[in-house]
Design a protein around this ligand. Structure first.
Ligand code: 3PY
Ligand code: MG
Length: 249
C-alpha cells in the first residue's frame, strides 16, 4: 500500500523549502499544504537543517520529504533515517536510475536501504522495515531529454510512486522555456506525455509549479502532486505586495 497521502483524491498541493529554517518549514506544514519538500539540491538545506526541520514538525503536520542533492543510496537513506516521509530524487533519466532510487528507499529484500534503528533519537519511533517500506514515498524527477524519452519505463519501475517534472531543467534541455513547455498541450508534447505515462502505470504525476499561475496550469494538464510555492518566493512576493499596497501613503 502506498503512503495514504498518495491515495487521497484530488490535487495534492505542496510547499517547497529552500530556506533552511525550521520555523518556515513548520509554517508551510501547518498552512494547508499537503506535503513539504526540504531542498538539498538547490536550496540551503544540509544534513543538519534537515534533521532540525524534521524535528520541528509533528505527526499532525503535512508530511515532509527531502530532495537529496543527487541520486545516491546513502543520501536517500540518511534523509529517510532522519524521519523524512520520502524523497524527491533529481535528474532521473533511465529506468535503471529509477530502480536505484526506489531500491534506496526500501529495505531488503525489496531494496538496499541500510537498517540502523539504534541511531534514531527518542522522538522518532523505529517502524518495522516492512512498515517503513510501505510508507516511504519515492518521487523521481524527470527533467532531462533522456528522462522524457524514458518516461514510460521510469513510471513502470517497481517502487516509484511519483514522477515529478522539473520544468526548469526540462525546458533548458529541450531548448525552450518554462512557459512554452507549460503551454504545449498536444498529445505528444512533453507534459501530456508525462501525465499519460503516469496514468497508464498508476503512478502520481507531479511537478514543480512554484507560482500560482504555473501550478494552476500543471493541475489543468492533469498533474496532481504540485509544489505550489517556495518559502523564499512567498516572502519575496508578500514583501513586494505589501510595499505596493502602501506605496501611495
Ligand atoms: C527544475 O525545475 O528543474 C527543478 O528542479 C525545480 O527546482
Ligand atoms: Mg531541476
Amino acid at each position: 500500500m502506498p503512503h495514504p497521502l498518495l491515495t487521497s483524491p484530488g490535487p495534492l498541493l505542496g510547499g517547497w523549502s529552500s530556506l533552511a529554517s525550521p520555523a518556515a518549514v513548520a509554517s508551510l506544514a501547518r498552512s494547508g499544504f499537503r506535503w513539504v519538500v526540504l531542498d538539498m539540491q538547490h536550496g540551503e538545506h544540509d544534513d543538519r537543517s534537515v534533521r532540525d526541520c524534521l524535528r520541528g514538525t509533528t505527526a499532525t503536520d503535512a508530511p515532509v520529504l527531502v530532495r537529496p542533492p543527487r541520486l545516491d543510496t546513502q543520501d536517500i537513506g540518511r534523509a529517510l533515517d532522519a524521519g523524512a516521509a520520502g524523497v524527491v530524487v533529481p535528474m532521473v533519466s533511465t529506468p535503471e536510475q529509477a530502480r536505484h532510487a526506489a531500491r534506496a528507499c526500501r529495505y531488503a529484500p525489496t531494496g538496499n536501504r541500510s537498517w540502523g534503528p539504534h541511531a534514531l533519537d527518542a522522538a522518532l519511533s523505529a517502524p518495522a522495515p516492512a512498515e517503513a517500506d510501505a510508507a516511504a514515498i519515492c518521487a523521481v524527477m524527470v527533467e532531462t531529454r533522456d528522462g522524457l524519452a524514458n518516461v514510460d519505463a521510469i513510471a513502470a519501475t517497481e517502487g516509484v510512486d511519483v514522477v515529478f517534472v522539473g520544468p526548469f531543467d526540462l525546458s533548458l534541455e529541450l531548448g525552450t522555456d518554462v512557459d512554452a513547455l507549460l503551454a504545449a498541450d498536444g498529445a505528444d508534447d512533453p507534459l501530456p506525455t508525462v501525465v499519460r505515462a503516469c496514468r497508464e502505470r498508476g503512478v502520481v504525476p507531479g511537478a514543480f509549479g512554484s507560482t500560482a499561475e504555473r501550478s494552476a496550469r500543471f493541475l489543468d494538464l492533469g498533474f496532481r502532486f504540485v509544489a505550489a510555492a517556495t518559502d523564499s518566493g512567498l516572502i519575496q512576493a508578500g514583501a513586494r505586495q505589501r510595499v505596493a499596497d502602501l506605496a501611495d501613503r
